[in-house]
Write a protein that binds this ligand. Structure first.
Ligand SMILES: [Zn+2]
Length: 315
């Protein structure tokens, strides 16, 4: 049988169910049918849930611009976002609006921060809002950090993705941002190559850094794991694609230890369920899987949530 890509498969499945012929003309209709189909169908049975799940790496759809990061959008609204997390068994998450993760203008990260606060307020006991900044706008970024930390109790910065929003981590402007993160005792979740982060990790030993992704290249995966192992103020978030390389998760836990490996998915870009299944199926003791899926993030959040604004529901 000719292989069909996922993007074609979803409308095709609904189309076949409805007895219709798939054409570009009726793709919108079949997409709506596919959504109904997914609402009715819980999907493949997942391995048995062993603990609550905290996803430390979420990008929520932008409510002000409608921006999404899905290469072919299938979940377009906040309701879709929450519904899919429910289907995957994600109980809690740290979320930043897509608008600030990829938007290059000053207003993008500022508005994104408001959207993330609104999401957390709309779904209490569910989401921890993250604050975004942009190194090209240090003054406004510092203002956002201070306001979010002191007024709203926000302690999570990122995921910062300078490569998407046109800034680098080696500028005087970014130094001002890092100084503020350190002074206000915040977490720095930062997408960077290992060599781009080495100096920052040394310069800001008091800051907890979270590095998302194993990285896609074999050689870099091993050097990243070695880097996290050596630097106790760094955590590894296993989102991305390389978590599915058999043995890599087990190797990371063996080298780094069970306490500094965090479950993250990068949803809405990537699928949370596939990462959860890899953790559940890993050749690791159940206790360690619980640390990766829940306890490590819970303890980290509890440590930084000085106002106890987000922690009570995690106890
Ligand atoms: Zn991301």
């Amino acid at each position: 049988m000719k292989k069909m890509s996922r993007r074609k498969f979803i409308p095709a499945a609904a189309s076949a169910a409805a007895g219709a012929v798939l054409t570009m003309g009726n793709i919108r209709k079949t997409h709506a049918q596919a959504k109904r189909h997914s609402a009715e169908n819980p999907g493949l049975p997942l391995p048995k849930k062993i603990c609550p799940v905290i996803d430390c790496h979420l990008h929520s759809p932008s409510t002000s611009t409608g921006k999404l990061q899905q290469w072919y959008p299938v979940q377009t609204t906040t309701e879709d976002f929450v519904h899919y997390l429910n289907r995957c068994g994600v109980d809690y998450g740290v979320a930043a609006s897509v608008r600030g993760v990829e938007g290059k203008e000053k207003n993008d990260f500022i508005q994104a921060n408001r959207e993330s606060l609104a999401l957390a307020a709309q779904y209490p006991n569910r989401f921890i809002p993250a604050c975004l900044v942009n190194g090209r706008f240090p003054q406004e970024s510092v203002r956002e950090l201070i306001e979010h930390r002191t007024k709203h109790g926000v302690f999570w910065v990122g995921e910062l993705a300078g490569y998407m929003t046109d800034f680098t981590y080696d500028t005087p402007g970014f130094k001002k941002i890092m100084d503020t993160i350190a002074e206000y005792d915040m977490i720095c979740h930062i997408h960077a190559r290992t060599e781009q982060i080495e100096q920052l990790v040394r310069d800001y030993r008091q800051v907890t850094f979270i590095l998302p992704h194993f990285t896609p290249v074999k050689k870099r995966i091993f050097s990243r794991i070695a880097f996290v192992k050596e630097n106790k103020n760094v955590y590894l978030d296993i989102s991305g694609v390389s978590f599915s390389r058999m043995g890599i998760l087990e190797y990371a836990v063996k080298e780094i230890g069970a306490d500094r490996v965090l479950f993250g998915s990068d949803y809405t870009v990537n699928d949370p369920a596939s990462v959860i299944v890899r953790v559940l199926n890993a050749e690791l003791p159940t206790e360690i899987k619980k640390h990766v899926l829940f306890h490590n993030a819970k303890e980290l959040i509890a440590k930084y949530d000085k106002a106890k604004k987000f922690t009570p529901f995690l106890r």
